[in-house]
Design a protein around this ligand. Structure first.
Ligand SMILES: Cc1cc2nc3c(=O)[nH]c(=O)nc-3n(C[C@H](O)[C@H](O)[C@H](O)COP(=O)(O)O)c2cc1C
Length: 228
């Protein structure tokens, strides 16, 4: 049985990859990527979306991962939630990835490029600078009710992971509320992007790793309860 992934370290070491080695996917690669897809768990749906791999060299990638998805807030959140778990599982398998709204496959809100990372070239450095990829809003600004002095380290680690989630143009369109030592609220706007689901995935995999299990449930449109 494969060792469980250290999602906390994966969340912290993941960055968007925009330069790839020239590499045509082998059958073994495809099954490796297939295993990463199968490791994701859905949020509200009884099963995973039908994730597909298209052999497209966007920014030199080997392939593009995408699924058909509607444009409602719930559907976009589901897309981001599943997609980011796959991104982290791919990162664990040394695949580089980048979410792209600029390149969409028909019927999909955005794509995820996949390939073996290469030394970043000028174009990728430029794109990274344009999107301010290294900047994150400070946690103090994101936690609207403040982090209680006596909060458990677990709450802080879950919040830290949620803060590091990737988002379109690095907008980080979310805020957090600490409810207790075993639950937080995550609020955000979907605004046509799967960002909120991506943030929920980071929080869920971290809480699940630390506490053994975690639940994510919708409280209202754009507001989710994460408990462990
Ligand atoms: C939904 C989504 C769409 C994105 N679209 C693009 C894109 O079109 N082009 C691009 O260069 N980066 C895109 N990104 C990558 C973000 O710019 C990047 O995640 C953000 O700057 C944070 O950097 P990091 O992923 O290295 O932490 C997208 C990210 C997300 C989550």
């Amino acid at each position: 049985m494969p060792a469980p992934l250290n999602y906390i370290s994966l969340v912290r070491s993941r960055h968007s990859t925009r330069s790839y080695e020239q590499h045509v996917l082998t059958q073994e690669d495809r099954s490796d990527i297939g295993e990463a897809i199968a490791s994701a768990v859905p949020l509200n749906s009884p099963h995973l979306l039908d994730w597909k791999l298209a052999e497209k060299a966007i920014m030199g990638s080997s392939a593009v991962l995408y699924a058909q998805c509607g444009s409602s807030v719930d559907e976009l959140v589901e897309y981001g939630y599943q997609g980011e778990q796959i991104v982290l599982a791919l990162h664990a398998r040394q695949w580089g990835t980048c979410w792209y709204y600029q390149f969409r496959m028909p019927g999909s809100p955005c794509s995820i490029t996949v390939g073996r990372p290469a030394t970043p070239g000028l174009r990728s450095a430029f794109m990274k600078t344009l999107s301010h990829g290294d900047m994150r809003k400070p946690l103090e600004r994101l936690v609207t009710n403040g982090i209680p002095q006596d909060s458990s380290p677990l709450v802080r680690t879950v919040l830290a992971s949620a803060r590091l989630a990737p988002s379109a143009m690095n907008r980080q369109p979310w805020s957090f509320e600490v409810v207790s030592d075993t639950e937080i609220l995550i609020k955000g706007d979907a605004n046509g992007f799967p960002d909120l689901g991506i943030c929920l995935a980071n929080a869920m995999v971290t809480a699940r790793q630390l506490a053994g299990e975690a639940t994510v449930s919708s409280v209202a449109q754009g507001m989710y309860h994460v408990a462990w």
